[in-house]
Structures are given as structure tokens and as C-alpha cells.
Design a protein around this ligand. Structure first.
Ligand SMILES: N[C@@H](CCC(=O)N[C@@H](CS)C(=O)NCC(=O)O)C(=O)O
Length: 211
């Protein structure tokens, strides 16, 4: 059994998508980051960086294994199951490349844009300009890739797509007034959004957690 610690944010939805794709049994523990529950000593023992998501896999030789950072969790689950990440060769490293692009680029930059342009009551023109430009640049990088390949890692749907999907949804919904016309001007991304968004496991994962 896997325990998933999560909340209703794009980072929080990557792992439930993977767990749904794999059909693994899991239980959800809510970590309400709006109430600072990510700073509780119990949660910090599992996720020392005080962010969601995290998992605890009970079924591991030597005792339960706690993992934080969504990219590490997705890689762990892919290797545990042998699915959604090639075991070697170029396909493996292309998938890891785009997974790390998402974790280090798309997620944090769109997250900062959301903070400065939408959530913050104080509006810093410079910060909004910086993160809007960076957000647009990253979506253009993604568009170029998806105009050449079916999925981010290549021909196959993978953990890189699972990481990028919830943030691309955020770019086209929560951030729609900032990143205007995200999909209208990006046909590769539009096609990919449809293909990924139509997967039943993605639809179920995007509903987790229910609050
Ligand atoms: N690189 C981390 C980012 C996780 C992250 O930023 N989580 C946010 C929610 S989307 C969070 O827990 N924020 C709480 C806080 O900053 O205190 C990952 O991919 O897991």
C-alpha cells in the first residue's frame, strides 16, 4: 500500500495520475498547505522540504520508504512498475530530460508567475514581466518539442507528460489572463493536451485529492 500526501495544486496531481495509470492501491492524506500543515513535525519527518507531494511505500524490503519531490516519486513508481520510463537507452534519457525540464523549469516558473500575477495582493511589474516572459518561453520550448514528437519523451506517453500536464492545465486556466492564447497559438501543445487529457487515469488523477 502507498500513502500519498498531497493537496489540490498542479504538483499535487502528478503522482495521483501515475498511481491511477498503474492501478496501484493507495490512500490519500491531505496536507492543507493553506493552513501550513506542510510544516507539522509529522509531515516534515516524511518531506523535509515542507512541500507536497510525498509518498510512503509500505511494501519495501527493509521497511517503509518515504520519498519527496514529484520527479523522484514518479521515477520511483516507474522503476517499481517497469512502466512509463524505458529501462535504458535514448528513450529513457529523453523522458528524464523532459521530466527534469518540467520539475526545474515549467513548474517553478509558472508557480512564480501565479504568485506574482494572480495570488499576491501586491503587484510587482518587474516580477510579473520576468515570469510572464519565462512562462511564454517555456511554453514555446514545449510547443517546439510537441510539434516534432507525439509526447514529451518521444513516441510514448511517459512520466514526463504526467508531470507537465497539470501545470499546462494551470497555464491555460488559472493563468489564462496572463498567458493569453496559450493553446490557440500552439497547435502541438493543443493536440498533446487533448491526447493526455482524454486518458481516463489522467481524468481520475486530476480529481485527487477531493476536498
Ligand atoms: N519541486 C517540488 C515542488 C513542490 C511544490 O512546490 N509544492 C507546493 C505546492 S504546488 C507546496 O507544497 N508549497 C507549500 C509551501 O511552499 O510551503 C516537487 O516537484 O515536488
Amino acid at each position: 500500500m502507498i500513502t500519498l500526501y498531497t493537496w489540490t495544486t498542479p504538483n499535487g496531481r502528478k503522482v495521483p495520475i501515475m498511481l491511477e495509470e498503474l492501478g496501484l492501491e493507495y490512500e490519500v492524506r491531505l496536507v492543507n498547505i493553506g493552513k501550513n500543515e506542510q510544516f507539522s513535525p509529522e509531515y516534515l519527518a516524511i518531506s523535509p522540504n515542507n512541500k507536497i507531494p510525498a509518498i510512503v511505500d509500505q511494501d519495501v524490503d527493509g521497511g517503509p520508504l518515504a520519498i519527496f519531490e514529484s520527479g523522484a516519486i514518479l521515477t520511483y513508481l516507474a522503476e517499481k512498475s517497469g512502466r512509463f520510463l524505458a529501462s535504458s537507452g535514448a528513450a529513457r534519457y529523453k523522458t528524464l530530460e523532459w521530466l527534469h525540464w518540467q520539475i526545474g523549469g515549467q513548474g517553478p516558473m509558472l508557480g512564480q508567475l501565479g504568485f506574482f500575477a494572480v495570488r499576491s495582493s501586491e503587484k510587482s511589474e518587474l516580477a510579473i514581466k520576468r515570469f510572464t516572459e519565462e512562462g511564454e518561453r517555456l511554453l514555446n520550448v514545449m510547443e517546439k518539442r510537441l510539434s516534432e514528437t507525439a509526447y514529451l519523451g518521444g513516441d510514448e506517453y511517459s512520466i514526463a507528460d504526467m508531470a507537465a500536464y497539470p501545470w499546462t492545465v494551470a497555464a491555460t486556466t488559472f493563468l489564462k489572463d496572463v498567458l493569453v492564447d496559450s493553446l490557440a497559438t500552439r497547435p502541438g501543445m493543443k493536440r498533446w493536451m487533448k491526447a493526455v487529457g482524454e486518458r481516463p487515469a489522467v481524468q481520475r488523477g486530476m480529481q485527487v485529492p477531493k476536498v
